[in-house]
Ligand binder design. Structure first.
Ligand SMILES: *Cc1c(COP(=O)(O)O)cnc(C)c1O
Length: 400
């Protein structure tokens, strides 16, 4: 793989025709160490956010030993790359064949569920194994998050007592898990969910050995600057300590976005300008799904030397396919003289960026290059790198 000192240097030297994924291993390493050292429990990586083998290896080398997988393909992938990793199959609706293969061929013992039917399926598929960790997924509110995960999965309060009691009978270790929605903008999201956990435990009167607060930890994007992660960790710790659970109970979390958003950015070329619309060579069917379909705003930067001194103005983007839906409204703030042939870096695409790429209309090809410069924004810069910054404070979008 090529290595470059900076995104600008790469654009100038290679003038790539296809989009380039810029990866920053040091940024993923920094995020993983932050969670490993500061989260008051165990941090699992949610593989769906970015299943790249390089990233999985970096996270493992940085102390992440448990991985939240949701499909049999993710199980196979992680067990191949990291044979000693502990895999947790946290999709509440699984194929029976997938459970069987995960348990018997890959040693997976941790599963989530949100119905009696899924509990029975897990029992059948594992031939009533007695060494299972079974986590009941509760439905909690996504009110404090930018992307809801409240509709599809999770047992409601009125069903959870019966389900917890039945799962207690089947499980060696009984857990409760939830997901507050992705990009939770306040620690309150977790506090409110933990109150629902408390109510569920009290109603079921069962001994719970594991609380898994899921993902949802934020990263930083234009217009979405969350408070420091330490505040989330403290709130979760305090709520966990006050739950009526066994003394030896464990606390887990499953960050996806927060561990990998800073890991990658995207280098694109402007192929055409029409007023305030830029036609670029990646889009909704590539790494910009969220920018197109949920209006996510990613930081952008014109990579030109000498730097443009024209004032920024708002642009929208069109992707390369022939589809009108291949449109990213933004607004993306770029110098007013941005033109065809220019290169733009789109930042914070390590999570739910490269992972969503398709080959629709012949535009799936992308090169990957390692960059040594800093991501366009970071939640993890520490004092050793910049004495004015405290660990975990939000660093605003940084011009390189
Ligand atoms: C998607 C997902 C995660 C990761 O969520 P982030 O918002 O990226 O942190 C964790 N757990 C489960 C069960 C998920 O579905």
């Amino acid at each position: 793989m090529h290595k470059h000192h900076s995104a600008l240097g790469l654009a100038a030297a290679l003038r790539p025709v296809q989009p380039v994924t810029l990866i920053r291993p040091h940024a993923a390493q920094r995020a993983a160490r932050f969670f490993v050292e500061k989260f008051p429990g165990r941090s699992l990586y949610a593989v769906k956010a970015n299943p790249s083998p390089d990233l999985l290896q970096i996270l493992w080398d940085s102390g992440i030993t448990h991985f939240d997988v949701a499909s049999i393909a993710e199980v196979r992938l992680v067990s191949k790359i990291l044979p000693e990793a502990e895999l947790c199959f946290m999709h509440p609706v699984k194929a029976e064949e997938a459970i069987r293969e995960a348990y018997f061929n890959h040693g997976v013992k941790t599963f989530s569920l949100d119905t009696i039917e899924e509990l029975e399926k897990i029992q059948r598929a594992t031939r009533h194994a007695s060494d299972l960790t079974l986590a009941v997924r509760l439905r909690v509110s996504s009110d404090h998050s930018k992307l809801s995960l409240a509709a599809k999965f999770g047992a409601d309060a009125r069903d959870s007592a019966e389900l917890l009691m039945a799962t207690r009978q089947a499980a060696d270790t009984l857990g409760i898990c939830f997901h507050v929605g992705s990009q939770a903008m306040t620690p309150k999201a977790y506090l409110e969910a933990m109150e629902q956990v408390r109510a569920a435990i009290v109603a079921a009167a069962v001994t719970v050995d594991l609380i898994d607060v899921g993902g949802g930890f934020p990263s930083v994007y234009p217009g979405m600057e969350p408070p420091p992660l330490e505040g989330y960790f403290q709130a979760i710790h305090d709520a966990f300590e006050s739950l009526p659970i066994s003394y030896s109970a464990e606390l887990w979390c499953e960050p996806g976005r927060a561990l990998c958003a800073e890991y990658a950015s995207l280098l694109v070329r402007v192929e055409r300008r029409r007023g305030d619309e830029l036609y670029i060579n990646d889009g909704a069917y590539g790494a910009l799904f969220d920018a197109a379909h949920v209006g996510w705003r990613f930081p952008v930067k014109l990579l030109r030397e000498p730097e443009s001194n024209t004032r920024d103005m708002p642009f929208s983007f069109y992707g390369p396919t022939c589809d009108d839906m291949d449109h990213m409204a933004g607004p993306f703030m770029l110098p007013g003289d941005t033109k065809a042939g220019d290169y733009i870096e789109i930042g914070m695409l390590g999570a739910y960026g490269c992972a969503m790429r398709t080959a629709f209309n012949g535009f799936g090809d992308v090169e990957t290059v390692e960059a040594e410069d800093e991501p366009m924004a970071s939640l993890y810069m520490d004092e050793s790198e910049d004495p004015v910054r405290k660990p975990g404070t939000v660093v605003s979008i940084k011009r390189l």
